[in-house]
Design a protein around this ligand. Sequence first.
Ligand SMILES: Cc1ncc(COP(=O)(O)O)c(C=O)c1O
Length: 417
Amino acid sequence: MHYFHYKTNNLYCEDVKVSDIAERIGSPCYVYSYRTLMEHFKKLQSAFKAINPLICYSVKANSNMAICKALVNEGAGLDIVSGGELFRALKIKTDPKKIVFAGVGKTDEEIEYAIKAGILFFNVESEQELERIQEISIKLRKTVDVCLRVNPEVDPHTHHYIKTAKKESKFGLSFAAARLLLLNRGRFFNVQIKGLHMHIGSQITEAWPYIHAIKKVNGFIKEMKSHGVSFQYLNIGGGMGIIYKKEIAQTADIFAKAIAPLLKGGLKVILEPGRFIVGSAGILVSRVTFVKETESKNFLVIDSGMNDLIRPTLYEAYHEIAPLHRRPKAKQRQYDIVGPICESGDFLAKDRLMPQIHAGEYLAVMCAGAYGFSMSSNYNSRLRVAEVLVKGDKYFVIKERERYSDLIKKERIPPLI
Ligand SMILES: Cc1ncc(COP(=O)(O)O)c(C=O)c1O
């Protein structure tokens, strides 16, 4: 569900004609729909209202401050994975008691920064990390709350790179390792282990992997209770999928109906959705630079590439691609839609059947709101694109397009050269 639709053959975001934005702001640019963003957040809130979870939006999906702030204003907390994301969260005045911090490689500086900021808790991913947090908390003379991220060893049948709870994953602790830490928690006298965390993967379109994982975690909670260990929080992570192609992605209501009954054990539940909230709320607008026809392929060479949206290259992800101006009677043609980068992996779509397109036309890469701009780079010294937020019939630049001078701003040529 989203608010990008055609009116008289022109693509609109809410009440704004997207090509007007492209003409004014330039191409490429990301365009986000405020209403789509808000509705997804509210759908989750309402689907889970019986258990009143804290919904910590996963900043990595789209870290733009305007996006995060819009969600924080609606009551969201934030799930962060770096000092940079903490900086963003604090800049937009997120209540630190609504910030949770995951990640397998938190540095001393990041741990210290988060303790000083007074976040709700760390999601601890190893014994070594727990020891480090204990040392730093002693140095800072502050007790610290943590949850242990457990690995329930469930394969959610999503892309290999976004499965995070297989036995061989780098994330979290096995139940055996978590058990050992909990039974010896006296060692960590400055750290309170307040709960358990899991995150089994991303773009999961069915409830069963969660059901399997939560049942395992619930069993572990019960076992720990018999040893006198009780918890306050159960964080079930993010991962809810969206419709990129023809997936039958579940609605928030169906998802909640399936898993909420397993979450009624009295612990405060935390969710960490990213993609579900922001994925379909954004598109990447690009312009066709050349139509290159060869003996074997027709290429649409467009002005955005894998540096702007890496998902097709990295995960072989499918994104629907549609012209901003639709010509219903145009002939269908098959195209590879490729970027200008010097890599054969620089494509946004392969063998895509679509109405014939001419050089100079604009295209929309749909459902690019999550892991789009936030994974973009300056590879090939390309400028990171502008981001625009539409609300009703108004739009706002929420990130300016970079300039060439931005590329070299932090670079220095030493005197020896
Ligand atoms: C710990 C954690 N929580 C939440 C998320 C958000 O996942 P998604 O965007 O699939 O909801 C991620 C994504 O990698 C994650 O690693």
